[in-house]
Design a binder for this molecule. Structure first.
Ligand SMILES: *Cc1c(COP(=O)(O)O)cnc(C)c1O
Length: 363
């Protein structure tokens, strides 16, 4: 068999040409503040609950495809019932499935960049046209009139609250207007909403608004990025449509068991979230004291900072200080911007000291 001249590109579905494997080539570093993970040590009781859940879970049986025990616990968290909840292999799977189910040729997705890059990626894979309504260059606010105009002909609008990577919260009035004045499905991505404080989630509005879909994840506040569990709070008809087209066993038995243990013990994670929020303010204040650095207010577990020579600063942070952050300087609208995940007090001090040293040297 001649394997030398296989023209994969010609054989690929045209919409899928040009994509590359996602490999961020994580290099081992002393302080990794690049992916908005929760880097705090787990409370002992939660760590023990996770170990017990793993130990009690047989691996020879298939998972419950709909993860009903976990759905019930999540429904309790949101004061609803399991019919309004669907679980996925991370929020990412649910984002993909939303576009797979409700997108496609002629059914546009409206985005407000700079935002989460996966929206446009998954849309492209699902042959869904993207209509971008760029945020204000200064404060990253969304132009309500432009958004409403774009949403008038769209299948789906995605808004992120707090937004990644800019950190700002969405105006709930804008969501109400989108629901009242357009026919689009409105997805509010709340991956970071636990860091925004009480009462910022729009999940409670789903019951009266069947076109509202709220995305949540256990990857950020719950410190379970490696487990891959996210969920939607949505109308039962949306949940059923997505349930019908998903990979049936995408949420494995260990993920279901550990996620259930964490969701049932969610009060234990609250002090960790509080600490991250106070560290966020300390990190932001420290950054504001550095020469030439600009930051924006953040309601999430990261801070966006504009620094002189951002790409070079990013590289030197990694290579000379073993501190990894996320470089957004090549993203339109984010020139010279780095996204700094809020770490532990010690990690944030290492980052601030390293940045102070570099900026002094670069000045
Ligand atoms: C992290 C993140 C998600 C979901 O992450 P998963 O690990 O796949 O659950 C979704 N949206 C945004 C904006 C994120 O930053």
């Amino acid at each position: 068999m001649d394997r030398r001249n296989l023209d994969v590109t010609a054989r690929l579905r045209p919409a899928l040409r040009g994509f590359e494997p996602y490999d961020p080539r994580f290099s081992p570093v002393r302080v990794n503040l690049s992916a908005n993970e929760n880097t705090h040590p787990l409370p002992a009781e939660l760590a023990e609950a996770a170990r017990a859940a793993v130990a009690a879970t047989p691996l020879n049986r298939y998972p419950d495809p709909m993860a009903n025990a976990l759905r019930d616990a999540l429904a309790v968290r949101h004061g609803t019932d399991r019919a309004h909840v669907i679980v996925g292999n991370g929020g990412d799977e649910l984002l993909f499935n939303l576009l797979f189910a409700f997108g496609g040729p002629g059914r546009a997705l409206v985005t407000c960049p700079p935002d989460f890059a996966e929206y446009a990626n998954f849309a492209a894979m699902c042959e869904t046209p993207v209509v971008a309504v760029p945020r204000d260059a200064e404060d990253f606010s969304v132009d309500a009139d432009a958004l409403l105009a774009a949403a008038a002909d769209a299948a789906l609008v995605v808004l992120t609250s707090p937004n990644n990577p800019t950190g700002d919260l969405l105006d709930p009035g804008l969501v109400r207007r989108l629901l009242a004045e357009t026919e689009a499905l409105v997805l509010v991505d709340e991956a970071y909403v636990e860091f925004a404080g009480e009462g910022k989630s729009l999940a409670g509005l789903v019951a009266e608004n069947p076109r509202l879909i709220v995305l949540r994840t256990l990857s950020k506040a719950f410190a379970l990025a490696g487990l891959r569990v996210g969920y939607l709070v949505a109308d039962p008809a949306v949940v059923d449509a997505l349930g019908a087209v998903r990979q049936i066993y995408s949420v494995d038995v260990l993920a279901q068991a550990v996620a259930l243990a964490f969701v049932e013990r969610r009060d234990l994670i609250a002090p960790v979230v509080d600490d991250i929020v106070s560290e966020r303010e300390r990190l932001a204040a420290g950054l504001a004291g550095l020469p030439g650095v600009r930051t924006w207010p953040s309601a999430a577990n990261f801070v966006l900072a504009r620094v002189p020579n951002a790409h070079r600063t990013w590289e030197r942070l990694r290579d000379e200080h073993s501190v990894l952050v996320r470089d957004f300087s090549a993203t339109p609208g984010l020139e010279n911007c780095l996204r700094l995940t809020v770490g532990t007090r010690e990690e944030n001090d290492v980052l601030l000291d390293a940045l102070a040293t570099l900026l002094r040297e670069e000045a």
